[in-house]
Write a protein that binds this ligand. Structure first.
Ligand SMILES: Nc1ncnc2c1ncn2[C@@H]1O[C@H](COP(=O)(O)OP(=O)(O)OP(=O)(O)O)[C@@H](O)[C@H]1O
Length: 514
């Protein structure tokens, strides 16, 4: 034990030893026992305790189980309301050390009688203050006050600042760890929810053409080769992008979808690459971009054919280098992602007309998957109908309608310009309107009305006519769909109906902008 003189070098050594022992501890018990062990080497205390103070609840709790003598009634103050007359309360209130050399002489503290009964005769309490907030208190009590009681208390007052910082760090570390655990759990939950609509086992097909697509996917899924998926709207490109991701070695990381037409030019870089705080007006915080979110996973560039030329160059750059900078930050971030892109446009003619860059195409199209329209794989239709009926039954709790064989035949003969999406919506509508009923040819004819065409030489003629009329109206209206001067007004259709048809036919109104 040291004598009663705490010279500067001894004090410095103790401060350093205690600080080193406690500062790196990341859980309460380890921190407390490191503190107790270091102090024990130089101070003959009989009880050491550290309390945490909750200002909202005005309650105290042990930071860790106290070390040494345990006075009765002070065994386990877990969330104990702060006794107005306790030594800890007074220390918190005065925000200064409270040093009592002879406990027998004080009568105004409620906790003192228990301490006396436990044989303790002297105590020192230190507030733990960080950034002007009282975090808690540290107490050392003695059966016999040491000779150097006063100088010891001064030294321990200095030490309490280091203890306060270590306790604060440790609590922050625990909060961050809990937060990160929660975020991880939430991420897994959301991932599961998002994937519910794209479960591999629910992807239905029996046609040779789709069998070939799945075969090719199985061949390339585990490689990192970029895949370009083409096909009409609603054929299942989005679903297949998830299918590839889920079959790849990247399945435990995210598939991050970028809907290319929805990206405004001004926000393109910050959305994709993130930004640092203050990079532009409104950038209040650092923000992670989509490429960073996809680290270790897959970036899915949906409707890539709609990406304006200027942005194609920026995208090409990051695909080539697998590196980018956040807006407002010059540090380069290396990124590990796989790219899947999809489009319902004919990229060959877009390249010919100069609307799509050749170099970007070759970056994206190491593997290309051409998804056939539903009218070219009619064998899939009965299976899809079965799947969608069973899904609706589960989701809506309504009785399923039953289809006559001739009604199914008729559905197989329809052209399905909106492909699987249209078929799914059709089943949803039938469910709502004809739950539990028998569906005959007549009902089907009624629902698909004029669009019904047999599979054969006329396929597409009505659809083509519809396309021509809509494109002509868009041409005349400079690509505007809604509003007084828009194509919907000209065709005497509600805007939403025209938008639906435009989507169904895979027309891009922007192509008609003047
Ligand atoms: N083979 C399939 N089995 C089950 N559901 C399917 C299948 N193909 C497509 N679907 C469903 O059809 C709908 C349309 O599919 P998806 O969104 O993948 O098409 P898309 O080609 O990406 O359309 P768009 O070009 O409009 O983005 C989705 O609800 C999807 O779950």
């Amino acid at each position: 034990m040291k004598s009663n003189v705490w010279d500067a070098s001894v004090k410095y050594e103790l401060l350093l030893n205690v600080t080193n022992a406690i500062i790196t501890q990341t859980n309460r018990d380890d921190l407390f026992s490191a503190l107790a062990n270091e102090l024990k080497k130089v101070v003959a205390y009989d009880r050491l305790s550290v309390y945490i103070f909750d200002p909202k609840e005005q309650a105290l709790s042990y930071f860790a189980t106290a070390n040494g003598v345990v006075p009765q009634g002070m065994e386990n103050p877990a969330g104990r309301p702060l006794d107005k007359a306790s030594v800890a309360q007074r220390t918190i209130n005065i925000r200064k050390p409270l040093i009592i050399k002879d406990l027998a002489t004080v009568t105004n503290f409620s906790t003192v009688p228990a301490m006396l009964r436990a044989g303790l005769r002297a105590t020192m309490a230190f507030p733990l203050i960080v950034r002007n907030d009282v975090l808690g208190t540290m107490h050392l009590s003695f059966k016999k006050p040491p000779d150097d009681f006063e100088s010891l208390s001064e030294m321990l007052a200095d030490l309490s600042h280091q203890v306060a910082i270590a306790v604060d760090n440790m609590l922050a570390h625990t909060r961050l760890r809990n937060l990160s655990d929660n975020l991880e759990k939430q991420k897994r939950y959301l991932q599961k929810q998002a994937h519910r609509d794209y479960l591999q086992e629910k992807f239905v097909f029996s046609s040779k053409q789709m069998g070939q697509v799945i075969h090719e996917i199985n061949l390339v899924a585990k490689s990192d080769a970029p895949v370009l998926i083409t096909g009409e709207t609603g054929t299942g490109k989005d679903y297949l992008a998830h299918y590839i991701h889920d079959s790849s070695l990247r399945r435990d990381s995210l598939l991050v979808k970028i809907n290319c037409p929805a990206l405004a030019s001004s926000l393109f870089e910050s959305e994709l690459f993130g930004h640092s705080r203050g990079a532009f007006t409104g950038a209040h915080d650092n923000r992670m971009g989509r490429f960073e979110m996809a680290e270790g996973g897959t970036i899915f560039l949906d409707e890539i054919g709609d990406l304006p030329l200027g942005l194609q160059a920026k995208l090409l750059h990051v695909l080539q280098d697998h590196a980018f900078e956040r807006v407002g930050d010059s540090r380069t971030i290396q990124a590990d992602f796989r790219v899947i892109a999809a489009t319902n446009h004919d990229l060959d003619s877009a390249m010919e007309s100069g609307a799509f860059r050749h170099d970007l195409f070759y970056r994206l199209a190491t593997v290309t998957l051409q998804i056939p329209p539903l009218r070219e794989r009619t064998e899939d239709i009965p299976l899809l109908i079965e799947r969608f009926i069973s899904e609706e039954e589960t989701n809506s709790n309504m009785a399923a309608p039953s289809f006559d064989a001739s009604a199914i035949d008729m559905l197989c003969g329809y052209g399905w310009p909106g492909n699987v999406r249209e078929l799914k919506n059709f089943i949803r509508r039938i469910f709502l309107l004809k739950s539990g009923k028998r569906i005959t040819e007549r009902e089907v004819a009624q629902y698909i009305g004029d669009s019904r065409q047999p599979c054969g030489e006329d396929v597409g003629s009505l659809t083509e006519m519809e396309r021509k009329i809509i494109e002509k109206a868009l041409q005349e209206c400079g690509g505007f769909v809604g509003g007084k001067r828009g194509a919907a007004h000209r065709l005497n259709l509600p805007t939403s109906t025209l938008q639906y048809r435009i989507k169904k036919l895979g027309i891009n109104p922007k192509h008609f902008a003047r």
